[in-house]
Design a protein around this ligand. Sequence first.
Ligand code: PEP
Length: 247
Amino acid sequence: MPRPVVIANWKMHTNAADAHILAMTVRNAVCSMEGVDIVLCPPMIWLSEVASVLGKGRISLGAQNMFYEPEGAYTGEVSPSMIKDLASHVIIGHSERREHFGETDFDVNEKVIAALKTGLIPIICVGERKKSLKYPEEPVNQLKQSLLHVPVKYLKNIIVAYEPVWAIGTGLEAPPEYAAKVITELRAIVRTETPILYGGSVNSKNTANFVARPEIDGLLVGGASLRSAEFIKICQIWQQGKSFKAK
Ligand code: PEP
């Protein structure tokens, strides 16, 4: 069984003080929570701030993006090794990057390879843009493309997040059985121990519906992760329903 994981994506929210307080509040609440891996992904500019709050505790730190080149004249970009100095995870191919910054499957594949080479855990986001009867096709193709030239042995070092684009930030979460069906298709591409998460309008009220599905190993939480009490509750529900130790 893959390890349960709950990831917070703060997107482009928080200032330095907010980031500090949010990280500290979550850290204090989950410090003794076992059996679920928790990852905070603040804006790039607050990685250092949040790293100092988290220290070597039980919460991991992730970036929301990175460039695939190791260094060079790429103004405004951040390399994998720069992130590795502070964080262990990196979100790759989030639909907002694909939509607003033209990120392609090629870019995503290059970034996944660069992350793995650097020892970062890529959190690979895939998801269909529109709800459709052929819905597994788009995320399945995205995942296959993102894993081109990735040796099978590395599949244990990745996390996949199935995030239907129509469910992100809309308040319209995917029905859990719908998410489970896509995740079953994605599972065939990766290894049994690769965590596959669901993301899209998750909150503390609908978390229990997702935890009940054996196909879903965790959650990628956007908007709700900016409210500490809400995010802590989501982690608690996941831990109670799917703790690694409890199984
Ligand atoms: C996300 O940012 O990946 C996400 C799922 O956002 P939200 O939870 O706000 O839909």
